[in-house]
Each structure stands twice: as C-alpha cells, then as structure tokens.
Design a protein around this ligand. Structure first.
Ligand code: AMP
Length: 112
C-alpha cells in the first residue's frame, strides 16, 4: 500500500470495479457516483493534478482523452462530460490526476 489510493488501485493493491486497463492508464467506476455512469480515467503515473503535469506528459494526457473516448464508445455512451478538478477549491479530493467521465443524465452548464 502506498500513500495514494489511485496508485494502489493502479497497482492492483486495492480492488475496485475496473472497466479498462492498459500500460499507461486505468478506468474504474467511481465509488460515489454522481451520474448513472461515473467512471474515473486515471494515469498509472502519479501526477498530483493537471497543473503539475510537465511537457513530457503531453502524450500521456492525450492518451487519457483517447481512452475516455474509446471506453465511452465501447459502453455505448454517445454524450458524456469529461472533467478534472484541479485543487481543493475546484473540488479535488484525491491528489492523483483523474478525469471524471459522467453520463446517463442531463448535464447542466455551467457546472456547480
Ligand atoms: P475528486 O474529488 O475530483 O478528486 O474525485 C475523486 C473521486 O474519487 C470521487 O468522486 C470519489 O468518489 C472517488 N473515489 C475515491 N476513492 C475511490 C475508490 N477507492 N474507488 C473508486 N472511487 C473512489
């Protein structure tokens, strides 16, 4: 076990409802869903938040969006929201970069 729950999930030390895995990313169900479909798209690399990513992460960041699109397509999801919270004031509670993939209900704009 490490200090980071998403690192533990990525490494298989903590079990969760995994829906996709590759060498750079994992996708699993959020344990406290905010929509009928609520997935977390997570890099295996520990990056605390998007603002702490560096130029070398550019490929990885793009990969995460490709994975989100591919998983949505596989799940038959056409409309979805992909969002990341950067910092406590923006709602971030887990300090390991992740994108929320939300679908299955009407999404309001602007988000609260
Ligand atoms: P954020 O608040 O943007 O950092 O999002 C963190 C998300 O991780 C929240 O929606 C939590 O419900 C979710 N979460 C935290 N721990 C786990 C876990 N062990 N398995 C699945 N989802 C989790």
């Amino acid at each position: 076990m490490s200090a980071c729950i998403f690192c533990d999930i990525s490494e298989g030390a903590v079990q969760t409802q995994m829906v996709y895995e590759d060498d750079r990313a994992v996708v699993f169900k959020d344990r406290n869903p905010a929509a009928p479909t609520h997935l977390l798209v997570v890099p295996r690399k520990h990056i605390p938040r998007v603002a702490e990513s560096v130029e070398d992460d550019a490929g990885l960041l793009g990969h995460l969006q490709l994975v989100a699109g591919a998983v949505a397509k596989r799940e038959g999801i056409k409309d979805f929201r992909l969002v990341t919270n950067n910092g406590r004031g923006a709602g971030q509670s887990v300090d390991h970069l992740h994108y929320h993939l939300l679908a299955g209900r009407r999404m309001n704009w602007p988000p609260g």
